[in-house]
Design a protein around this ligand. Structure first.
Ligand SMILES: [Mg+2]
Length: 315
């Protein structure tokens, strides 16, 4: 097997501000695995503020792996990219092409200024999105309440409003914000606090479904979430959780425990978006996924990872 690696950088149109910090661009390693005339593609793009390895660690691990592809790299982002390339190579070799299909995606609303939030939500609705996700807990609770109220007033009742706190609220802040807004209009809140043991209370007091994202790091954490009954939805990011094989394992665990899944991008480039889109079509074709991130980049990403009418299409 011949593995080649190529670096590229994608720039975000406006900085993405979350409780973990601000992201302005994404450094990406594109992976090509060739064998017997077949090709598989993967991608690795660490975002260390989200608990992943550094770019240099990813690069070193992938370079080592390229010399000995039988044993997957250890760092999670490198591992996920390598696993994705091998899974895609396996799919190519099977010579059964994946059928065309479409999967619904949400619009991710970044930025903090009211005018920008207002414009992004209106654009998303006009562009046919059925769900928008608002980042919260990056500033103060008063501005969170203001932006959530604005999002509720802008989105018609058929558009789902999702929130993502990235663990940035305390339990008191989460309850203060979520009991001040029209909770029935909020479809879910991701990682309201950094401690899943108080998510049950948040669900109970507000009625809002809680989703786990950053806490889905390893099997032990996932088992704990299930035991606590902390989350009603798992937001699975294939590009950090181990690629397609690990995603399938977590999806099966979720199904067994009556937990919904949403497949999500990690502000990924085109190859990882494609991997995630195909997993969304395979594992939860009726769900609205977190894969509408291509328009956030300055660079034009390929058509098949660009949301059209709020959907990604496999051609
Ligand atoms: Mg999240």
């Amino acid at each position: 097997m011949l593995i080649t690696l190529k670096n590229r950088t994608l720039r975000l149109r406006s900085p993405m501000v979350t409780a973990h910090g601000t992201t302005t661009d994404r450094r990406i390693i594109e992976i090509t695995a060739k064998q017997d005339g077949f090709v598989g593609y993967g991608e690795a793009a660490p975002l260390p503020s989200f608990g992943a390895e550094t770019f240099e660690e990813t690069q070193t691990a992938l370079t080592e792996w390229s010399k000995n592809p039988d044993s997957l790299p250890d760092p999670p982002v490198a591992r996920s990219g390598a696993a994705a390339a091998l899974d895609h190579l396996h799919q190519s070799k099977s010579q059964t092409p994946l059928q065309p299909g479409a999967v619904a995606v949400q619009a991710l609303i970044g930025g903090l200024e009211t005018a920008s939030v207002e414009r992004q939500i209106s654009d998303a609705i006009n562009d046919g999105y059925r769900a928008v996700k608002l980042k919260v807990a990056a500033t103060d609770t008063a501005s969170d309440i203001e932006r959530i109220d604005l999002a509720i007033s802008l989105s018609e009742s058929q558009v789902l409003l999702r929130l993502d706190a990235n663990g940035g609220w305390t339990k008191r802040q989460a309850l203060a914000v979520l009991t001040s807004v029209e909770a029935s209009r909020i479809a879910l809140v991701e990682e309201p606090t950094s401690d899943p043991s108080n998510w049950g209370k948040i669900k109970e007091e507000t009625g809002i479904r809680v989703a786990a994202d950053e806490h889905l790091t390893d099997r032990q954490q996932i088992d704990r979430l299930i035991e606590l009954e902390a989350a009603q939805t798992f937001v699975i990011k294939p590009s950090i959780l181990g690629g397609p094989p690990a995603t399938r394992v977590i999806a099966a665990l979720a199904a067994t425990n009556d937990i919904d899944i949403v497949i999500s991008s990690f502000l990924d480039g085109p190859i990882a978006l494609r991997t995630a889109r195909d997993l969304a079509l395979e594992l939860a074709p009726e769900q609205i996924h977190g894969l509408g991130t291509a328009p956030l980049f300055v660079e034009d990403l390929p058509q098949d990872v660009q949301p059209i009418n709020g959907h990604l299409h496999r051609l």
